[in-house]
Ligand binder design. Structure first.
Ligand code: SAM
Length: 190
């Protein structure tokens, strides 16, 4: 029964996602949420055995959010930013004390007081964003990460690979074919 409910919720979320994408493709950036293959590949190197603080940018309907929560330890924390009201409603259906939903634009990231994050996972559609806005986001991400922190980002084409490499000093590349569309994953360290 729980499985059936989960499947129904996931299907409903996919429909909501597609409708939101048609209304505002520039902001959403894709027609369907990330596949479970992409989600697992993005988070595969995160050390979930210890207490961890994760910052998620562009949570959508919560496919990455849910997977991260399912692996995180009890004292860990996940902050998830999302600015689309439909998606914010979906995220509010996730009842987990470790999740802090930031229902706002990532342009406010600098206002967040906490700066102890181990990992930033971003799904932001960078290709649709202005250069000045992206530079501000990179600066804010750096300010929020610990010295040992990791910034993870995916993108469908390699538009921002060089820029992220320059901003963060290094950027490793991986590819996930089993996603719609296939995606590149960027992994940087501070
Ligand atoms: C490509 S979707 C990814 C959604 C989800 N994380 C996934 O992997 O399926 C990008 C998400 O970023 C959100 N987003 C785009 N610009 C944003 C901004 N400036 N502030 C907050 N969220 C933003 C969109 O609403 C959308 O949910």
């Amino acid at each position: 029964m729980a499985d059936l409910c989960q499947k129904m919720t996931s299907r409903m979320n996919n429909v909501k996602y597609a409708i939101a994408a048609v209304k505002s493709f520039k902001n959403v950036g894709s027609m369907v949420p990330s596949s479970s293959f992409l989600v697992k590949k993005i988070i595969k190197d995160i050390d979930f055995d210890h207490e961890i603080a994760i910052l998620e940018l562009g949570a959508g309907t919560g496919v990455i959010t849910r997977e991260v929560l399912s692996r995180m330890s009890d004292n860990s924390v996940l902050y998830s930013y999302e600015n689309n009201s439909t998606f914010i409603d979906s995220l509010k259906n996730i009842h987990d004390d470790r999740l802090i939903i930031k229902a706002e634009n990532v342009s406010n990231l600098n206002l967040l007081k906490d700066d102890y994050f181990d990992v930033v996972i971003s799904s932001l559609p960078l290709a649709n964003m202005a250069k000045g806005f992206k530079n501000k986001i990179y600066k804010d991400i750096k300010a929020k990460l610990k010295d040992t922190g990791v910034y993870l980002q995916y993108q469908y084409l390699l538009f921002d690979y060089n820029r992220i490499g320059k901003s963060f000093g290094n950027c490793k590349l991986e590819f996930c074919l089993l996603n719609m569309p296939p995606a590149f994953i960027y992994r940087t360290k501070m």
